[in-house]
Design a protein around this ligand. Structure first.
Ligand code: MG
Length: 378
């Protein structure tokens, strides 16, 4: 039943019939499988819609056709599905995981995440966007009458936790059900790699479009890009620079995605991996770029840190936003009664700083600015 029924899955793909299921049992749907239903529940969630008004790298002020977290998420889903198809993995599970992978991000991208982490650190606590995403899909989304949260399958919840990092079982006893010592299925492993390809290439694109990065600077700082631009110049000597840039970027994505597929196939073959159980027991991840492309990808990443993320045009605005987020956090911690009633009610069960953190992390960028204005008047 459902989207992948016609395609042959590899023996190491996660099969939906073998899902470890939902927390609250539900009858099967007549024509959508469990992972398709998870994908649909994610798309219909409030947290997913809020991605549209959350910053990826560039805020709306700079342009309205740069990526936001929603369009970034769609690019990750698209790259992930392509890789999944080529590897014979479960495309429905991959799509659900890609669409949910960033719902735990606070407003204003990594700057927002860092400042929340620092503020929570003041209470000996932490903020982690994967754990926050799990709380969203398990608790904060109140949509269905029969259960709290979205009641997603085990593999999607597991993927939310495990797609991008490892958690120490001793430090996170509440995550024991996800068997932290095991690797996640390949469908979850692939999200992190697709995410990185998507944001590195998108940030180059938006960086160039914003004119904060020039073609010359990119060529000098990113050897992979320089190598790929040469054949483009030979093929389209008279094309305008922007189109040469686009042609090169397209080849860059293709180069990295192709390498990811080939390297992963070779590893699966070399290690004779034939089942999800073998993937889980391997003790290391399989879905990765090969050594050469990994090095080039790191050079690209370093270049973006040096020349784009720390650019004054972005950092000046970032500082302003960080101050607003910090101000609002302290305000609500000191005046919890000013929280919306449903959030204030939670301060009976959880520490105030945690309730405030959850509230702020769920905000979109414009809502945070509006709340700051409302309570702190600037
Ligand atoms: Mg992402």
């Amino acid at each position: 039943m459902g989207g992948d029924s016609g395609k042959k899955l590899a023996s190491y793909a996660m099969r939906v019939e073998r899902t470890q299921g939902r927390r609250y049992a539900e009858p099967a749907h007549p024509y959508r499988n469990d992972y398709e239903r998870d994908r649909d529940r994610i798309i219909h969630s409030r947290a997913f819609r809020r991605l549209e008004n959350k910053t990826q790298v560039f805020t709306r002020r700079l342009s309205d056709h740069f990526r936001n977290r929603l369009t970034h998420t769609l690019e990750v889903a698209q790259i992930s599905r392509t890789v999944a198809g080529a590897l014979g993995l479960n495309g429905d599970l991959v799509e659900a995981l890609a669409l949910v992978h960033d719902v735990g991000h606070p407003p204003f991208g990594h700057a927002g995440e860092e400042v929340l982490g620092r503020l929570m650190g003041g209470y000996g606590d932490t903020f982690d966007h994967n754990l926050h995403a799990l709380r969203i899909v398990e608790k904060f989304e109140q949509k269905y009458a029969g259960f709290p949260g979205l009641n997603l399958t085990f593999e999607v919840r597991e993927g939310i936790i495990k797609h991008s990092r490892e958690y120490d079982a001793a430090k996170f006893p509440e995550l024991a059900e996800y068997r932290l010592e095991e690797e996640p299925p390949l469908e979850a492993q692939l999200i992190d790699a697709a995410d990185e390809i998507a944001y590195n290439s998108a940030d180059l694109d938006d960086g160039y479009e914003s004119k904060l990065l020039t073609l010359d600077a990119i060529r000098r700082g990113v050897p992979l890009f320089d190598r790929l631009v040469r054949p483009v110049e030979r093929k389209y000597p008279r094309a305008i620079e922007k189109l040469k840039f686009n042609e090169t970027l397209k080849r860059l994505i293709d180069t990295l995605v192709t390498d990811l597929i080939r390297t992963t196939q070779a590893r699966l073959r070399d290690r004779r991996i034939r089942s999800v159980a073998e993937v889980r027991a391997l003790g290391r991840r399989v879905v990765q770029l090969g050594a050469a492309r990994r090095r080039e990808n790191r050079e690209l990443k370093n270049f973006l840190f040096r020349k784009l993320y720390s650019h004054r045009a972005l950092s000046a605005e970032r500082d302003k936003i960080v101050r607003a987020l910090e101000g609002l956090f302290r305000f609500f911690v000191e005046h919890p009664a000013k929280l919306p009633p449903a959030h204030f009610a939670k301060t009976g069960e959880e520490p105030v700083h945690r309730v405030v953190c959850d509230y702020i992390a769920g905000m979109t960028d414009p809502y945070l600015i509006e709340q700051h204005r409302k309570h702190l008047g600037s």
